[in-house]
Ligand binder design. Structure first.
Ligand code: KG4
Ligand code: ZN
Length: 365
């Protein structure tokens, strides 16, 4: 039996809608795809549509997300984006074949969240559908559920984006333990701030990556940037000191040449990714998970993806999960995947019982 979920995401600066279909693959199942959880079957998840209206051009000139402009753009885009997602998925516009509506309720920018939630609640009221309120972090975790194989529990996640940097142990569907977080800036935030310092533009992550790709050994310098808290013995992260170290270096150098910029972008990327990988390695040694998963916008980073994939050689018995690029940054398909497992566990709500929670954390899920 196929179940279709309409999913909506508008927590920051992307207006997104998707239709995700779940099929019960009991017949095709083998032991390697069995969940080590109460849900015993591999239910294949398929993306029928995944529409994202990016606001990058709108926020570029401010060097970051301008909340009021983000809310206005969501208000304008949300209905056309939902319409397109339904159209591409071949779904009836009256939601006849949609089982439930999954929507991000938090964390995020309150004005942005309200736009997506208001649309979801209206559709739920008019077409009498249940709502699946999804925590944005939980959505990012479920971005690795679309492959041929799905993570097995316990699964260890490194989830890194513009708003958060966490090591999370997922013990089962809906059961999360946050092992450690950043004590200051998120990893993506550090990419964005360092890109601004180097005059590389917005969004910073892809800009740093592009600059760092120009690096070769001839550009090497005789200094390294710090790897903050890499040996702290816990699972906490810190990125603000690394950003400040870049700032001091820039002041020391004075007028930056193109070569200075390339070296600093490359060395910053190395320092940030070394720290992230060192922490998940320690957590993997301690918790011995069955799967290692990388999620969030910074998971789009090529160097981080390569270093993360390399963990497969260190921990041969753990499976590595890295989402496709379009599922790393904010999107609604991941919200639909989380919605599907919430639906299975009975976490459906009536439209009038759902509200935004801009400061939501994963402990409340
Ligand atoms: O998950 P996401 O789309 O939004 C939040 O939930 O925050 O993540 C956005 C973050 C931004 O900070 C952006 O600079 C970063 O992900 N990012 C990258 C790359 N692509 C996006 N960071 C490093 N390298 C990239 N290629
Ligand atoms: Zn996100």
């Amino acid at each position: 039996m196929e179940k279709k979920i309409l999913a909506i995401e508008s927590s920051c600066d992307e207006t997104a809608a998707a239709v995700v279909a779940a099929t019960d693959n009991r017949q095709q199942m083998d032991n390697s795809t069995r969940f080590d959880s109460p849900i015993r079957y591999n239910r294949g998840l398929e993306i029928l549509s995944n529409v994202v209206a990016s606001q990058i051009d709108l926020h570029k000139k401010y060097g970051g997300v301008y909340p009021e402009l983000a809310s206005r753009a969501h208000a304008e885009n949300i209905l056309p984006v939902i319409d397109e997602a339904l159209e591409l998925a071949g779904c009836d516009k009256n939601l006849g074949d949609i089982e439930a509506i999954a929507v991000t309720y938090g964390p995020g920018l309150v004005g942005s969240l309200v736009a997506g939630l208001a649309a979801a609640k209206t559709l739920a009221y008019v077409f009498k559908k249940p709502i699946l309120p999804i925590n944005h972090w939980e959505g990012h975790l479920y971005s690795v559920w679309f492959g041929q194989k799905q993570p097995q529990f316990p699964a260890l996640f490194l989830t890194v984006s513009g708003g958060h940097t966490n090591l999370i142990l997922m013990k089962d569907h809906g059961k999360y333990e946050v092992l450690g977080s950043t004590v200051d800036d998120a990893a993506g935030e550090a990419f964005d701030k360092v890109a601004r310092l180097l005059g590389l533009g917005y969004p910073g992550g892809p800009a740093i990556s592009r600059e760092a790709e120009k690096y070769n050994k001839d550009l090497a310098r005789d200094f390294k940037l710090p790897r903050p808290m890499i040996d702290s013995g816990d699972f906490k992260f810190s990125f603000s000191g690394l950003k400040t170290a870049v700032l001091y270096k820039i002041k020391e150098i004075g007028e930056l040449t193109e070569k200075d910029k390339t070296f600093l972008a490359w060395e910053f990327q190395e320092a940030a990714t070394d720290t992230l990988i060192a922490k998940i390695k320690k957590a993997a040694e301690k918790y011995q998970p069955k799967s290692l998963c990388l999620t969030g916008g910074v998971a789009a980073n090529k160097v981080l993806r390569e270093k993360f994939a390399g963990l497969g050689e260190v921990f041969g018995d753990m499976k590595i999960f890295i989402p496709e690029l379009n599922l790393t940054t904010d999107n609604a398909a991941m919200i639909g995947a989380a919605g599907y497992f919430n639906l299975l566990s009975g976490k459906r709500e009536k439209w009038y019982d759902v509200g935004v929670n801009a400061g939501a954390n994963l402990y409340e899920v």
